[in-house]
Design a protein. Structure first.
Length: 499
């Protein structure tokens, strides 16, 4: 899979010295109960010239800033079920590398364009159009393995040996602009983003992409096989991508078209895949469910998805994904009771699938069957106690029923053990506020602002939290300690940027 981001990063090497003179923004801090650990995890690794040239902290800052800008533009599908699935596949792949899976983040971009890309700092983005294009879970995993391999091999840092002289803020902004233009299918937006960032590099700065693509293919197949997927998934999807290459690249300016998928590349990946033991198609039920969930979530409002799925089923397509998609489409079209019947039937046949408990519980709530809905979620929580989508959807349903304190409690119980996303932190803050626990509400809004990189606003939220009456001793100590950590960190950053 061509990684346009790298070509653009290479082009950015021509950025002006004026841009480099702009102080970089304060880096976002990932949410953690241990702020110093989060900072230490971003310190430069000294193992290679590439990592010294573009330290881990700066790589993370670029990738995280890109994600925030895409999120602000509503270009990401922020759905707990989709996020959980993509990260489970991606981390399964990354875990096979020496780098490990802990720092990898996988996101779904809301665009029909069939593409994917890796960004600095172990951020990988998969377009919804690509998920729908795949035929098997191994094909999807193959694309994710390729992008993960780019991160594992440190390709971005290896190319940008002098990029540390450029403004990280300008670089992240340029990339986000270009990616948003790509997502909208606008070649003019892409070109505008490049022009605003000082123009294109010479062609020789782009030539490196052939070698890194070949290396990502090789390492990606190794990750794919080691993770238990079918290594043939990579040549299979390459073959199909090659067949539609011209259509999908129509929005890319000609100078940025790197090295398309060729017959040689397909042949190489197939020969490489043949070196591993064959693996039968083991696409999980979750793959088929999430694929159809993405289809429903991204369909334009004018599309009649109920008719689409009814036609597919009439033609004999009765797999779990199609039936899930049909029920989900019915629920979103206002036919919740019909959806309850279909989801209940699916769950009876597949009681091991947490996604079906979630869907049934939500359909029951929409149908006005709140007691049954909460019972379904309670059972799901018993069976899958640390599952994030189950807990989030359960908490949302509890809040709909006015049980805010219970929603707050189960969210805290989970997120004391599992790192939440920004949306999940915000949900925790809203649950605390609705339950009347204003100290916790302002504290978690401070945590949310940390994930947005806004340290001054986070400090203000913590200060308000400390002013709330009826704080217990534990709350006061936790908020005070966090406030001190963030203030100290902000002071060090400002001192570093002014020196």
């Amino acid at each position: 899979m061509r990684t346009l981001v790298w070509i653009l990063l290479g082009a950015f090497l021509n950025a002006t010295a004026a841009a480099a003179a702009v102080p970089p923004p304060l880096p976002p801090i990932p949410l953690t109960t241990d702020l110093p650990t989060a900072i230490d995890s971003q310190l430069p690794a000294l193992g290679s010239a590439a990592s010294v040239a573009l330290p881990k902290r700066e790589q993370f800052q670029i990738g995280y800033s890109m994600m925030l800008q895409m999120r602000a533009a509503h270009q990401l599908i922020e759905d707990p079920e989709v996020e959980e699935y993509l990260n489970s596949i991606g981390k399964r792949l990354a875990a096979q590398s020496d780098k490990g899976a802990a720092n990898f983040h996988y996101y779904c971009v809301d665009t029909p364009v069939v593409n994917s890309f890796a960004a600095p700092g172990d951020f990988v983005f998969i377009n919804s159009g690509l998920i729908l294009f795949t035929k098997t879970e191994s094909e999807l995993a193959a694309v994710m393995a390729h992008e993960t391999a780019h991160e594992v091999q440190n390709h971005i840092a290896r190319k940008l040996l002098n990029a540390h002289k450029a403004s990280i803020e300008s670089l992240a902004s340029m990339l986000a602009t270009i990616l948003l233009g790509a997502a909208s299918g606008s070649g003019q937006a892409v070109e505008g983003g490049i022009v605003a960032s000082q123009g294109l590099a010479a062609q020789e700065q782009i030539d490196y992409s052939r070698s890194v693509e070949e290396e990502a293919d090789r390492v990606g197949i190794e990750l794919l096989a080691a993770a238990g997927f079918d290594p043939e998934g990579m040549p299979d999807i390459f073959q199909r991508l090659m067949n539609m290459e011209g259509i999908q690249d129509s929005w890319v300016p000609a100078v940025l078209i790197g090295h398309p998928i060729t017959v040689d590349r397909v042949a190489y990946s197939r020969a490489r895949a043949a070196q591993f033991p064959p693996v039968p198609d083991t696409s999980s039920p979750d793959y088929y469910i999430i694929k159809e969930r993405v289809r429903v979530l991204t369909a334009p409002s004018s599309e009649n998805l109920v008719r689409y799925y009814a036609n597919r089923m009439a033609r004999g397509h009765r797999g779990i994904g199609v039936e899930y998609g049909y029920a989900l489409a019915l629920m979103r079209a206002g036919h919740a009771r019909a959806a309850v019947t279909l989801f209940a039937k699916l769950l009876a046949a597949h009681p091991e699938l947490h996604l079906l408990y979630i869907a049934l519980g939500q359909a029951q709530a929409k149908a006005g069957e709140m007691e049954q809905s909460l019972a379904t979620f309670a059972e799901a929580k018993r069976l899958f106690p640390l599952n994030v989508p189950v807990t989030v959807r359960y908490a949302q349903t509890l809040m709909l029923d006015g049980k805010d304190a219970e929603a707050h409690r189960i969210l805290l119980d989970l997120f004391n053990l599992v790192d939440p996303t920004p949306n999940e932190i915000e949900l925790t803050a809203r649950a605390a506020s609705a339950a009347g626990d204003l100290g916790d509400a302002y504290y978690y809004m401070g945590e949310y602002q940390l994930t947005q990189g806004d340290l001054p606003l986070a400090i203000k939220q913590y200060e308000i939290a400390l002013s709330m009456p009826n704080l217990n001793y534990v709350q006061r100590q936790r908020i005070s300690a966090r406030l001190k950590e963030v203030k100290d960190y902000l002071m060090r950053l400002r001192a570093r940027h002014s020196s």
